[in-house]
Design a protein around this ligand. Structure first.
Ligand SMILES: [Mn+2]
Length: 303
């Protein structure tokens, strides 16, 4: 009997395809979710004892690119956000698969909205970059370099003010880890706001698991739960070559998997996002696709 109850209690994992690449310079990450779907990741997770299925798939409108990258993202974000909100309202555990990292604006705005009446959420941002540009500071102008700033309340108002609520995450509830490539203006913004950044040197010296334990306790301190957004470029290009903006000297996969299994057992984890897989830039052995699968299994294990 207790086994039956336990099973009905465990949440279905909804894999949500965030099919957008127009927020990046290398736009083929738009095909990332479809490519992973063809490799049957949902079936693999189900065989591994986790109940996962592909739910919503939300595709960006490429025609809007004529009006600029930001126009694509601004039209896309409310649509993806609605799909994520629907998944959370159905009590599914949301796993968003990008797509370029601009999708994080939708994912975490929606999840913050879903929990707004209950309390604040924390956010762990795993990335080689700070993703904290504004349209004024960015040299490339690419919106995938802006999502963290937007979620903290800084950026184009069409994005920051989704749900008429600016600053969906408080700086003290956000930690960035894996960073090794950024521009001064981004670092200045995060420093001014007081967002903690855990350097790649710390991760390499102490192990990711040891860092993540501290990060989880920080983002949990004043919140009711927290999310993780994982940009594949946080990893070393040896483990994840198939990304648009690779940066050497990154986190290693084995160390990362060990750390993520900590979060896997934490009931306070409210959602997971994995972004920037670009199948056209992957190697012949599809190392990066296999890495995506390993990351998903590690974090969804025992959920
Ligand atoms: Mn990113």
């Amino acid at each position: 009997m207790s086994g039956v109850v336990k099973q009905s209690d465990s949440r279905l994992i909804e894999l949500i395809a965030a099919q957008i690449g127009e927020g990046a310079q290398q736009m083929a990450c738009k095909q990332g979710p479809d490519f992973l779907r063809q490799r049957s990741i949902a079936q693999e997770l189900t065989h591994a004892g986790q109940r996962a299925f592909w739910g919503a798939a939300v595709e960006s409108d490429a025609q809007l690119l004529a009006q600029g990258q930001l126009a694509v993202v601004e039209e896309y974000v409310p649509r993806l956000a609605q799909a994520v909100l629907d998944a959370v309202m159905k009590k599914h555990f949301p796993v968003v698969l990008g797509g370029d990292h601009s999708c994080a604006i939708a994912t975490w705005s929606a999840i913050a909205k879903a929990y707004q009446a209950q309390g604040e959420l924390g956010l762990i941002w795993i990335d080689a970059h700070l993703d904290s540009h504004s349209p004024d500071t960015s040299h490339s102008g690419a919106p995938h370099g802006m999502p963290l700033a937007v979620l903290l309340g800084h950026g184009p108002s069409a994005l920051t003010d989704l749900y008429h609520w600016r600053g969906k995450f408080k700086p003290e509830n956000v930690v960035v880890v894996g960073v090794r490539s950024y521009e001064p203006a981004e670092a200045e913004l995060l420093k001014k706001l007081g967002v903690e950044i855990v350097s790649i040197e710390q991760v390499q010296k102490r192990s990711f698991a040891s860092c993540l334990q501290e990060i989880i306790s920080k983002v949990s301190r004043h919140t009711i739960g927290y999310g993780i957004t994982f940009d594949l470029d946080a990893l070393d290009p040896k483990d994840a070559p198939g990304v648009g903006s690779p940066v050497s000297n990154g986190m290693r996969l084995a160390d990362t998997l060990e750390g993520l299994s900590l979060a896997a057992q934490d009931p306070h984890l409210v959602g997971f996002e994995l972004v920037e897989y670009n199948p056209l830039l992957d190697d012949a052995a599809f190392t990066t696709a296999a890495t995506c699968e390993a990351l998903l299994k590690a974090v969804l294990h025992s959920r």
